[in-house]
Design a binder for this molecule. Structure first.
Ligand code: ADP
Length: 381
């Protein structure tokens, strides 16, 4: 008979924080199954990221612990106001390829306060957790690093963000799925663009990073990609881009797909989606008097949160399992260190929170842009 998980066996706590990314559920499933089956260590799921830890730290300790030990797995997850849940095998059944995170993710402003983090540390130590795994993006991993510095708890970070803006790993969880989704979206836009001889301007996510847009442009065959640069894009720059589209059209092209990353700076700065700003500049160029394509349709679209959801790609599910494996091995090593899981040169391992970049990210983006330019050979047929 399988005994119920309990705090006596010193669980590994795991939380998901910040923007959700495909692969978070695959990671939770992998870490739960590896921990229970291989290491016989219980897993404590934290609901809604750091907010769940902060909520648990504010509760009366003994009744909170008793409830968590009684209401395990799915029962705990449907119990209102239970921020911590001891996971069992069935709680993670059927979630491997699903987007989002069944434990919930959140942003938690209170966690920026040192005294709040001190309460969280005290609560985790009193519960006897052997380690905390934090799965999330840049901000979440900064919070994890602070916890590691401010306590003797074992802390492991796991990079999960579709932005792929974490320079210690070649890939974060969620990037591959988001690229797949973007390729799917571009294919759909391409059909209608071809039918009507349209220019489609599609805005991608990625915050300050253009990595997602660059990868999607290479994989989808988009004609043009514009990614963040320290130098803002001026109206004159936009006209130059429009003129290049015009030359392509003159050479016989039937349509154009332009990807623009949400973090592109424009001058004059305006709080408006980049796809619309660029579309207006393009329209102005094409509708000019005497222009050869005055009726050309320019259609902007902001792809938004659709890039976060959907079925997780097999690549991301595999990476999630590899990250979970590396995290658990490190946690179980008596002399294991704190750090983050990372993919470097094809290998998955643990690197320190302040590890040097895996490669020069500026050089990498230059290389991607150059590659895309050669592949699109836009003005030739
Ligand atoms: P992401 O992890 O996707 O980059 P955020 O930047 O919003 O998302 O960070 C998620 C959460 O991580 C924040 O709401 C906060 O709880 C925590 N966090 C972020 N930065 C810090 C920080 N400097 N100190 C402490 N906690 C932080």
């Amino acid at each position: 008979m399988i005994k119920n998980p309990s705090f006596a066996d010193r669980p590994v706590a795991v939380l998901f924080s910040g923007g959700d990314a495909p692969g978070m559920n695959a990671f939770l499933r992998a870490v739960t199954r590896i921990s229970l089956s291989r290491h016989h260590v219980p897993v404590l799921g934290v609901r809604y990221g750091y907010a769940g830890l902060v909520a648990a730290a504010k509760m009366d300790f003994e009744p909170m612990r008793a409830q968590v030990e009684t209401r395990i797995g799915r029962w705990g997850m449907i119990t209102d106001g239970q921020p911590l849940v001891l996971m069992d095998h069935s709680a993670v059944s059927g979630i491997v390829g699903t987007g989002g995170t069944i434990l919930g993710s959140a942003r938690c402003l209170e966690f920026h306060k040192a005294e709040v983090r001190a309460d969280v540390i005290a609560m985790l130590k009193k519960l006897g957790v052997r380690a905390l795994i934090v799965c999330g993006g840049d901000g979440s991993l900064t919070g994890a690093d602070l916890l590691a510095k401010e306590s003797d708890l074992r802390i492991i970070g796991v990079p999960a963000t579709i932005d792929n803006d974490l320079d210690f790993t070649q890939m974060a969880l969620g990037v591959d799925t988001a690229v797949n989704t973007l390729v799917w979206a571009v294919d759909h836009f391409k059909d209608t663009a071809r039918a009507h001889r349209r220019v489609m301007i599609l805005e991608t996510m990625g915050r300050g990073s253009g990595e997602l847009a660059r990868l999607a442009a290479i994989a989808s065959g988009a004609e043009m990609v514009i990614t963040p640069d320290p130098k803002p894009l001026t109206q004159a720059d936009m006209k130059v881009l429009a003129a290049s589209i015009e030359r392509g059209m003159k050479a016989g092209r039937s349509h154009a797909i332009v990807l623009i990353a949400e973090g592109v700076k424009v001058e004059p700065e305006i709080k408006r989606n980049r796809a619309y700003v660029l579309a207006d500049a393009f329209k102005e160029h094409f509708e000019r008097e005497g222009g050869p394509f005055q009726d050309l349709e320019i259609r902007p679209s902001v792809l938004g949160h659709l890039q976060r959801g959907g079925h997780t790609s097999p690549q991301d599910c595999i990476l999630a399992a590899r990250f979970a494996d590396a995290a658990m091995k490190e946690i179980m090593r008596p002399d294991g260190a704190n750090g983050v899981t990372a993919l470097r040169g094809g290998h998955v391992g643990i690197v320190p929170f302040d590890a040097p970049p895996v490669e020069d990210s500026e050089e990498r983006s230059e290389a991607y842009l150059h590659l895309h330019e050669s592949l699109s050979s836009w003005e030739e047929l």
